[in-house]
Design a protein around this ligand. Sequence first.
Ligand code: CMP
Length: 140
Amino acid sequence: MSEMERTLAIIKPDAIARRIAGEILSIIEQNGFRIRAMRMLRLDRAGAEGFYAVHRGKPFFPELVEFMTEGPIIVLALEREDAIKKWREVMGATNPANAAEGTIRKRFGESIQRNCVHGSDAPETARFELGYFFRELDLV
Ligand code: CMP
């Protein structure tokens, strides 16, 4: 049996603006994740640049920062067995055009940038990303 694991999920500004945050939260729960922490906030430029520091220098970086600061986001600490991999499966491929049928990005994503959700891609990334938004005490 795989281990219990935590991952960081973000419901991005496009999804909040389109009022599908509730639907995405439902999908999260229906897929067996426990929500261990959740917060709505608006990133400023430095906050978005810090979160996406690994992408600094890539051609899409300025637009990514612009997009992620355009409105509020919801950040979540999700827990289940194999959470990192499972949440990535539920989200679908980064580019909605390549995402599998039934995934969040296939159903709701508008473009490679406006793709509704984010998820950590590995255990080290999850540790960094969870720590970026939550203190140990916030995790229930
Ligand atoms: P995310 O999983 O949050 O990680 C980085 C984000 O950059 C990605 O989702 C997209 O929203 C955005 N992005 C924009 N353009 C690209 C691109 N060409 N390749 C990868 N990610 C991109």
